[in-house]
Design a protein around this ligand. Structure first.
Ligand SMILES: [Zn+2]
Length: 290
C-alpha cells in the first residue's frame, strides 16, 4: 500500500524534469486556489461548501489531466497510476484515481490549503507545537523569543512566513504569476550551482542576488496590486525569520524588505530544500542518459 506522500514525492521528481509541466502545474494551482477562495467567500464553512469544493476539485483535476496528457512521459504516467491505485480508499484518493494525472496530488493539496483563509497565526502555532519536541532554543515551548531560533523553530517560522506570502499572492494574481516564474528559475539556478564541484558557493550567491533583484523589480512593477494587500503579518514573520540560526534563511530575511517572494526564496536558500534537491537529481539523471 502506498501513501499520498509517496505519490507527491514521485510527482515532485516528474515536475522537476520539465519546465513546461511545471508552468502548467503552477497555472492550475493558481486558478484552483483562486476558485477555492471564491467558494469559501460565498459559502463559508457550510455543508454546501463541501459539496461545491468536491465538484471544483474534480473539475480542476480533470482539466489539469487533459492539459498534461502529452507532457508526462509514458513511464512516469504508468508509475503514477500504479502508485495511485495502491492508495487506500478515501475521498481524495478516489478523486485522484478518477480524474488525476501526475501532479494532481500536489495540486489537490495546494488547493485544499486555500480553504484555510486564516493561515497565520494559527499556522505558526500549529507548526511550533509540532516543533516543540525537537526545539532546543525554548521558543516553541515557552514562547520567549531567544536571540537565535533553533532549526526546529526557524523551520516553523519559515513555513508560516511562506504560507502568509502565498495567501497574500493569491490576491495579487499577476504578481503571483511573475513571482512563480522567478522562483522556478531560481530553483534551477540554485540546483545547477550546487551541482558544480568548485565555486558552488559563489555561483549560488550570484543566483540568489539575481533573484532578489528580479523580485524587487516584479514587486515594483505590480505596486498597484501590492498596495491593496496588508503585509503587516508578513513583515512580522520576516522579523522572526531574521533570528533563524540557519545563516541562509536569516540572510534572506534581512534582505526581504517588503518584497513578496522573499519568504519562498529564504526557504530555497536552505540546503535541505526538497524542490532544489529534486531538481538536482533530475539534472543528474539527464546527464546520465545523454
Ligand atoms: Zn526552538
Amino acid at each position: 500500500m502506498t501513501s499520498l506522500r509517496d505519490v507527491i514525492a514521485h510527482e515532485e521528481s516528474v515536475l522537476a524534469g520539465s519546465a513546461r509541466l511545471r508552468s502548467i502545474h503552477a497555472d492550475a494551482v493558481r486558478r484552483g486556489r483562486a476558485s477555492v477562495a471564491a467558494v469559501m467567500d460565498e459559502s463559508g464553512d457550510s455543508d454546501d461548501a463541501e459539496t461545491r469544493l468536491h465538484r471544483l476539485y474534480a473539475q480542476t483535476l480533470e482539466e489539469y489531466a487533459a492539459r498534461v496528457d502529452r507532457e508526462v512521459p509514458e513511464a512516469d504516467a504508468r508509475t503514477w497510476r500504479d502508485l495511485v491505485s495502491a492508495l487506500p480508499g478515501d475521498a481524495w484518493h478516489d478523486l485522484l484515481r478518477t480524474h488525476g494525472a501526475a501532479g494532481a496530488a500536489r495540486l489537490l493539496e495546494a488547493m485544499d490549503l486555500a480553504r484555510n483563509r486564516t493561515v497565520p497565526p494559527a499556522a505558526l502555532d500549529a507548526a511550533l507545537t509540532a516543533a516543540a519536541r525537537t526545539c532546543v532554543c525554548g521558543y516553541a515551548k515557552t514562547g520567549t523569543l531567544p536571540k537565535r531560533l533553533c532549526q526546529a523553530c526557524a523551520g516553523a517560522v519559515g513555513a508560516a512566513w511562506v504560507a502568509e506570502e502565498q495567501r497574500l499572492l493569491q490576491r495579487a494574481m499577476t504578481l503571483q504569476a511573475e513571482v512563480g516564474r522567478i522562483l522556478d528559475e531560481a530553483t534551477s539556478a540554485i540546483a545547477d550551482a550546487r551541482s558544480r564541484g568548485e565555486d558552488a558557493y559563489g555561483t549560488e550567491q550570484v543566483a540568489l542576488a539575481r533573484t532578489r533583484r528580479k523580485l524587487a523589480r516584479a514587486n515594483r512593477r505590480h505596486r498597484e496590486e501590492r498596495s491593496r494587500l496588508d503585509v503587516s503579518r508578513w513583515k512580522e514573520l520576516a522579523g522572526l525569520a531574521r533570528r533563524a540560526s540557519m545563516p541562509a534563511m536569516s540572510a534572506e530575511a534581512r534582505r526581504a524588505r517588503h518584497r513578496l517572494g522573499m519568504a519562498q526564496l529564504a526557504r530555497l536558500a536552505l540546503h535541505t530544500n526538497h524542490d532544489v534537491q529534486a531538481r538536482m537529481s533530475s539534472r543528474a539523471r539527464e546527464r546520465g542518459t545523454s
